[in-house]
Design a protein around this ligand. Structure first.
Ligand code: ATP
Length: 356
C-alpha cells in the first residue's frame, strides 16, 4: 500500500466526546511507532452537528465518508434527540453494508470480573433479523393489526447468513483455537434459524481447518454463563448476538470493556458496544478501553483489507500497550477498580504504545 489510510473521527454524543479523542490518541501513537501513515478527517455527527449544522447527519456526511477507508464512531445518544432528528446508525449501517458486528469479550488477570481466561468473539449479523429498522421488505418490521395485538417480523436471508458466516470462519481461522460455534434455535424457528444454520453448515465444508459446532441459543446462554472459556468465535443472528454479547461483556467486567467493529465489504467502523452513557458524561470518568480497542480492531481490519502490514503491527502494539497498562494496575478508571480519569488512562495507553 503506498498511500495513507484515510480515517474519520466521528465523536458522537455524551461520553463519545471524551473516549473518541483517547482512541485517536492511542491509534496515532501506535501508527507513529510503525511508520504507518494515517490521514485523519473529523466528520460532524450527532447532537453537536445538530446544534451547529442543523442535522445529526448533516448533508455531505456520506460523501465525506465515501472518501475514507474507515472511521471511529463514538456512541450516538439518539434516544435524547428531538423527535424530528435523524438516528444516523441505520443509515450508516445500510449505506456501507456493515453486515458483521464483531464483539470480543476478553478477561484480564487483576481486573474485577466473574471469570479469568475468557477470550471469545461474538459475530452478530447486523443488517437483518428482528430489529424493526432492519426490515427492508416492510419498511418497519413491527405492526399492530388490532389495538391489542403486535406482530414483530424477523428477516433472515441466505445471502446475509452466508456473508456473516464466512466472515466468522475467516476470523476463526486467524485465531489459535480455530473454533466456530453457530448459535441459533432451529428446533423452534425452523425456517429462519433453519436457513441461518444451513448456510453455516455449507460453509463449514469449505473450512475444514476450523472446528465447527452448533449450540441452541438457550443452551448457549447457560454454557456462556457457566464456562465461557470453552468458546472461541461465535456466529449468530442479530438479536441473539446483541443480547449474548452484553452478557459476555458482563462476564469479563462490564460494558466499559466491550469493544466492537462493524465491518462491510469495503469499509469498517470502530464503535464500542456501550451507549453514550449520559449518566456519567462530562465528568472525565468513562472507561476509554472499549473505544480504544474498537480502534485497535479497525487498524487490524484495515491492515488485512489493504494488505498493509504496518496497520496490523500497529494493532498489535495497541493490544500489548493496553495489556501493559492493565497489568500494571496503576492507571485505571473507576469501573475497573481504579481512581484515574478517562484522559489519564488514554495517556497511559498512548505512552505504552509509543514505547512498545
Ligand atoms: P444504548 O441503548 O444506547 O446502547 P444503554 O441504555 O444500554 O445505551 P449505556 O449508555 O451503554 O446504556 O450505559 C449503560 C451503563 O453502563 C450506564 O450506567 C453507563 O454509565 C455505563 N457505561 C457505559 N459505557 C461506559 C464506559 N465506557 N465507562 C464506564 N461506564 C460505562
Amino acid at each position: 500500500m503506498n498511500r495513507a489510510l484515510k480515517i474519520g473521527i466521528l465523536e458522537g454524543d455524551d461520553i463519545g466526546l471524551e473516549v473518541v479523542p483517547e482512541c485517536v490518541k492511542v491509534m496515532r501513537a501506535a501508527a507513529a511507532r510503525t511508520g504507518l501513515d494515517l490521514d485523519w478527517h473529523p466528520v460532524p455527527i450527532g447532537r453537536k452537528a445538530l446544534d451547529t449544522l442543523g442535522s445529526t447527519l448533516p448533508e455531505g456526511t456520506l460523501d465525506k465518508l465515501d472518501a475514507l477507508d474507515g472511521w471511529v464512531l463514538g456512541p450516538i445518544g439518539h434516544q435524547a434527540y428531538p423527535k424530528s432528528a435523524i438516528n444516523p446508525h441505520p443509515i450508516l449501517r445500510r449505506h456501507y453494508d456493515l453486515f458483521a458486528n464483531i464483539r470480543p469479550a476478553k478477561s484480564y488477570p487483576g481486573l474485577p470480573a466473574l471469570y479469568q481466561d475468557v477470550d471469545l468473539v461474538i459475530v452478530r449479523e447486523n443488517n437483518e433479523g428482528f430489529p424493526p429498522d432492519r426490515n427492508v421488505f416492510m419498511g418497519n418490521g413491527e405492526f399492530r393489526p388490532t389495538p391489542d395485538t403486535t406482530i414483530s417480523v424477523r428477516v433472515i436471508t441466505r445471502q446475509a447468513s452466508s456473508k456473516v458466516a464466512r466472515a466468522s470462519f475467516e476470523l476463526a481461522r486467524t485465531r489459535p483455537r480455530k473454533k466456530l460455534t453457530s448459535v441459533h434455535k432451529d428446533t423452534v424457528f425452523k425456517l429462519g434459524c433453519g436457513m441461518f444454520a444451513e448456510e453455516c453448515r455449507k460453509l463449514a465444508r469449505e473450512y475444514p481447518d476450523v472446528a465447527y459446532d452448533e449450540v441452541l441459543v438457550d443452551t448457549f446462554a447457560m454454557k456462556l454463563v457457566m464456562k465461557p472459556q470453552q468458546f472461541d468465535v461465535i456466529v449468530t443472528t442479530n438479536t441473539f448476538g446483541d443480547i449474548l454479547s452484553d452478557a459476555a461483556a458482563g462476564l469479563v467486567g462490564g460494558l466499559g470493556l466491550a469493544p466492537a467493529l462493524s465491518a462491510g465489504p469495503q469499509r469498517a467502523m470502530a464503535q464500542a458496544t456501550h451507549g453514550s452513557a449520559p449518566d456519567i458524561a462530562g465528568r472525565n470518568i468513562a472507561n476509554p478501553y472499549a473505544m480504544i480497542m474498537s480502534g485497535q480492531m479497525l487498524l487490524a481490519w484495515l491492515g488485512h483489507k489493504h494488505n498493509e502490514p504496518k496497520a496490523v503491527e500497529a494493532a498489535g502494539i495497541v493490544e500489548r500497550a493496553m495489556e501493559r497498562v492493565i497489568r500494571a494496575g496503576q492507571v485505571l478508571t473507576r469501573d475497573l477498580g481504579g481512581q484515574s480519569t478517562t484522559r489519564q488512562m488514554g495517556d497511559a495507553v498512548a505512552a505504552a504504545a509509543g514505547s512498545a
